[in-house]
Design a protein around this ligand. Sequence first.
Ligand SMILES: [Zn+2]
Ligand SMILES: [Zn+2]
Ligand SMILES: [Zn+2]
Length: 349
Amino acid sequence: MDASLLQEVPHRRFNPLTREWILVSLHRTKRPWQGKVEKVAAADLPAYDPTCYLCPGNMRADGAKNPKFTSTFVFDNDYAALLPDIPAFAEDESGLLVARSEPGICRVICFSPRHDLTTPRMSLDEICEVIHVWAAQFVELEKVDWVHHVQIFENRGAIMGASNPHPHCQVWANASLPVVPEKELASFRAYRDAKHSCLLCDYWELESRHRERVICENDGFAVLVPFWAVWPFETLLVSKRHFASLEDFLPGESQLLADILKRMTTRYDNLFETSFPYSMGFHQRPTDSLHYPEWHFHAHYFPPLLRSATVQKFMVGYELLNNPQRDITAESAAARLRELSETHYLDRA
Ligand SMILES: [Zn+2]
Ligand SMILES: [Zn+2]
Ligand SMILES: [Zn+2]
């Protein structure tokens, strides 16, 4: 591959997970960052907020009272998008008006009793505790016989629509395989059939030789800006070992995941010295009772910020009508993320 062409000539890049293309246009990419970096004053959040529906001991919307939890806390979402007990139906009129019922379970997981903590500011033990809850939820929901997919995801920051700064994530378990995992499953399968190998094992092997898109790693996991990244500072977290879900973790791997989550989110916060917004989530094998040897555990971070704490990337116009485009290359984004400190800016003297 001619790496210099990729930095000089507008081109398209292929995402082998979704088998879609993105456009890379380069009018302001080659030099390192020169724009003004605006900082936003750190929101001064209290450790406890009496008006927060996620803080320990507080009342929620439906009248339930949170326990005085001391580490994590899981509950069914009071405003669940999906409900478990609904009438089943399938409608199809001329193949044009097609609908099916979709049962599901939506839960909220509080990461901490502290209203003001975020992943990069939590201790490794505290993050490990969250990972154990994720794994327990995956296993518990997988046992519901109609649950075929479990999505664990975090929306962080008001810009991403997170309604509450209290550190938390969501779990949505539902009956059908959603669109993106369905595409990825087809790609994992097609790759395995063609090459008798794993798409993400091979991809990590390639990236670990090139190095230019790798941001950080430990013995269990690595984070990189994928070659086909759409969002300016999008990253992909991959396990180095081939396995398919949180259920398959070996002893010690939760600690390694906690380490990489803390380091990566610290880098993100340090990028614009702000509490960095993103949507992130794990992609794990489907949870019907079938076997998925082709699936490789990974997570995606999709951050909306472009060049400061206040300048956001919008997906509009050409991107809505055709395909996404980006104007900083994956390589330059990776270089910026790689050079950042893993000490949180708020912890510096
Ligand atoms: Zn709170
Ligand atoms: Zn693999
Ligand atoms: Zn994925």
